[in-house]
Write a protein of this length. Structure first.
Length: 334
């Protein structure tokens, strides 16, 4: 459902489920990221009944400002979106953007002005597009369209921008080479986990990765996506786990997060937190448990899956009305 959130001159802004929509009086429109700070910046620039006007020649919205009664080009909506998503002073960023080019990743969607569909030649490259929705930071592999999200962290995000991230068939996600010799490959989820685990903030990733490769090889551990979603490389979704436990876990968290079951898992400072339960007939039953050892978490997850049993931190057992393994097997047969 579309809800009007702002009007200025010939522009009307609507709030959609996952975006903002700009419409002019002729029905021309653009879709923007649903970022409230971006909307506030646009509203700030439109004070005094200003409007974005649509240029039929190049298919772009642009904003004029008036000085001494004369109209003066200020920026296009594409340029505004890119400059807003850059770190630092907005006006300086906008001047930088205006001296370069902003292209559409998918030129068939000229109405799509989300950051993911804009390629700025000053910072984006022909391999990746980097952008934020105000909550997370995203890395897009332009050739395949594959997108991974991670934490919105200034230092991490600037570091990620320094590399070229390609889709790897081997690890089924994005990865890069840390050195020009191309003998030090690392996946994006391992990169993020290692970044946050550094013992020294001044240690470069290439040196730290060599240390972690030796340690993880000796300990037989790797980085696991707790929610079984390889596009989610946020810190609270990544844990070190023994290879055997990783295999036993599989994608159970994804399977167990389907109705009528619930399974939300997060990495915390002290281990793994699982909120699991059962939803039926409007009733919601959940059990919260915490695990210091990933092996204990995997065992609890398998008990949930195979036996329909959950345990809280005090050791009390809860038997669910349905066993997930049996329930989904019956659903598959239907």
């Amino acid at each position: 459902m579309e809800k009007i959130v702002y009007r200025s001159g010939v522009n009307t802004f609507y709030e959609l489920d996952n975006a903002y929509k700009l419409v002019d009086r002729k029905g021309k429109f653009a879709i923007l990221d649903k970022d409230e700070k971006l909307l506030m910046k646009i509203i700030e620039l439109l004070q005094g009944e200003r409007s974005f006007y649509f240029n039929e020649g190049n298919g772009a919205f642009y904003l004029n400002i008036y000085e001494n009664g004369r109209g003066k080009y200020y920026c296009s909506l594409r340029q505004l979106v890119v400059a807003f998503n850059m770190d630092g002073d907005f006006e300086q960023n906008l001047n930088t953007v205006k001296n370069n080019t902003v292209l559409l990743v998918n030129d068939k969607e000229d109405w799509n002005l989300k950051r993911s569909n804009l390629e700025f030649t000053g910072i984006d490259n022909n391999v990746n597009t980097f952008y934020s929705d105000g909550k997370n930071f995203f890395i897009r592999h332009n050739k395949t369209g594959y997108v991974v999200k991670t934490d919105l962290d200034k230092d991490l995000n600037e570091l990620i921008r320094q590399y070229r991230w390609s889709y790897s068939e081997g690890c089924k996600t994005l990865g890069t080479f840390l050195s020009e010799r191309k003998n030090q490959f690392i996946s994006i989820h391992r990169f993020v986990r290692e970044y946050f685990d550094r013992c020294n903030d001044n240690m470069d990733m290439e040196s730290w990765n060599r240390v972690m490769k030796n340690l993880s090889h000796k300990a037989e551990i790797n980085v696991d996506h707790l929610d079984s979603d390889k596009t989610n490389s946020c810190k609270n979704n990544l844990v070190w786990m023994k290879a055997c436990d990783n295999i036993r876990k599989g994608n159970l968290t994804k399977k167990l997060n389907q109705d009528p079951f619930h399974c939300k898992v997060l990495a915390t400072k002290y281990g793994i937190r699982m909120e699991a339960g059962y939803v039926a007939d409007g009733n919601y039953f959940k059990v919260i448990s915490n695990y210091e050892n990933p092996a204990d978490f995997v065992e609890a997850l398998r008990q949930f899956w195979k036996c329909g049993v959950l345990c809280d931190d005090a050791g009390k057992e809860y038997k669910l009305p349905n066993i997930p393994y049996d329930y989904f097997r019956e659903v598959k047969r239907m």
